[in-house]
Design a binder for this molecule. Sequence first.
Ligand code: UVW
Length: 316
Amino acid sequence: MNLYQLSIAAALSFFSLGIQAQTWTPPPPEMRCPSKWGADDERGAANLQQPVQVLKAASLIRTGEVIEIGRVLESSMPLFGTRKFEVHTKRTGPALGSNQRRSNEELVVTELGQVGTQFDMFSHQTIGNQLYNCIDSDEIGTRNGFTKLGVERIGMLFTRGLLIDVAALKGVETLPQTYEITVGDLQAALAREGLSIQPGDAVLIHTGWGKLWGVDNAKYNSGCPGIGAPAAEWLAKQDVMLIGADNFPVEVAPNPDKAISLPVHQIALAVNGIFLLENLKLDELAAKRIHEFAFAVQPLKIKGGTGSTVAPVAIR
Ligand code: UVW
């Protein structure tokens, strides 16, 4: 083997060490319901949003620097499946009055809950027919939104944020496509920064995949590195409030186990009542090596909505 072949072999074994070809099966209803927040609960991990959580996050603000981690909404952004985003500018009428006042506005045609940097609510994903707390999605789905588990119930989340930079841990700008981030990767990246997860944290995972946003949208949407089911279950055990990433589904896609579809969506939203935050812009936090910060996000109050496009920030 020459030097080039040796380095390729070393890189392959470095990444393959993390690959867990495990399957995942949803727990039966009696093991996931009622949720730990009670049978009538609709807010899941948002219940961790208590005054003490806000004060803890506020104590992390030392310089006042605000870093935007949300994407700009525009028609040229990557869109999943058949989703669309169109802005139709409306210039409303002639100049009025002696002061010549004119107005501009726009009609935005989009799946407002599920485009751009997006916050997934529990009404977004099911196991069979059942949503979080084993609520039957057919019983609460109407032509005007869901009568339970709507995103309007969440409000402002202001909590401690952590950036887990797995790309930096591996010494790459971008993790390989379909690389499954393991529990060991998360633990090693946290240890590298001397950090540990606390209940109520917003955990954001940097894979580097976000570099493709607006640059190669087809590749961005064709699959991505991200956490697998074991890492999601481990994060859920740490009592996190939210899991986010710089890719479209937070999780590895497609799953290495070709028999299952986006299991992390079910683990987070349907089983544990933990929010997902997709399509984050994490390059600035990663470049500045900011790993702990105050995190703020407020989903739109779309009554009965399955999620919300959002503009979250990190403040340090
Ligand atoms: C799905 O709707 C499956 O995906 P996402 O939550 O990633 O938009």
